[in-house]
Design a protein around this ligand. Structure first.
Ligand SMILES: [Zn+2]
Ligand SMILES: [Zn+2]
Ligand SMILES: [Zn+2]
Length: 226
């Protein structure tokens, strides 16, 4: 195997990413979007994020791109019983906000949902990091839309169930897309070592597998009893 970054043969200790690429430990720079190891010739965004050639080619950068992915993600969620959205849920592309002294790739979230409540209604705003690969964007958007779906129904579970449910939405979208990138993104979700997002996903995924009818509202009914 050759180092993804410098192209030299890998001997002894090296790192592997979840796409199947290897790199010298000192060359293991990950694409911010799909997390694969980048090549030295790959693009670097002005804000310091590494972006692999595939993600650069397929990045979401216009409102038309956002709409294209949004339509497909909503169709996939509808096939799993998730529909009836509030009238307007604006989706905006944003620059990462940095925590000084931390590397660019760790200082931001890929997506976030803001909710404003009044006595009569709620309003939402979904912020998505710019320059994501359209498949990664689809997965992250599914996660954020499932937060909106829970807020709309006043569902407030403990955080690992909330985030695990949202991550199951991402997983389903990746599964529908069935490409090597989406396959790798599924593996990243499955192996996430963090307690809230990783363990949460595995708890919720087990409920989904056990039900075996593909219905996300049914999964939610089970989670409410946990
Ligand atoms: Zn190298
Ligand atoms: Zn990438
Ligand atoms: Zn979340």
């Amino acid at each position: 195997m050759k180092c993804a970054y410098c192209g030299e043969e890998l001997r002894g200790m090296f790192k592997k990413d979840l796409h199947g690429f290897g790199a010298h430990p000192e060359h293991a720079f990950q694409c911010f979007s799909c997390q694969r190891f980048v090549a030295s010739t790959d693009h670097r965004l002005p804000d310091g994020r590494y972006q692999c050639a595939d993600c650069m080619q397929k990045e979401v950068k216009t409102d038309k791109h956002v709409e294209w992915v949004e339509t497909r993600v909503k169709q996939m969620l509808a096939a799993h019983g998730i529909d009836k959205w509030p009238n307007s849920v604006p989706i905006r592309l944003i620059q990462p906000r940095y925590t000084p002294g931390r590397p660019a790739t760790q200082a931001h979230k890929m997506g976030e949902t803001k909710v404003a409540k009044s006595i009569f209604s709620k309003s939402y705003e979904v912020n998505m990091l710019n320059h994501m690969h359209r498949i990664v964007f689809g997965g992250v958007l599914a996660h954020e839309l499932l937060h909106v779906w829970q807020y709309e129904r006043n569902i407030y579970l403990r955080s690992e169930l909330t985030e695990g449910f949202c991550n199951l939405g991402s997983w389903i979208v990746y599964k529908h897309m069935a490409t090597p990138v989406s396959q790798a993104m599924m593996t990243i979700l499955e192996r996430d070592p963090t307690p809230v997002y990783g363990d949460g996903f595995r708890i919720v995924k087990a409920v989904y597998d056990n039900l075996a009818n593909g219905s996300l509202p049914d999964v939610m009914s089970q989670l409410k009893k946990m």
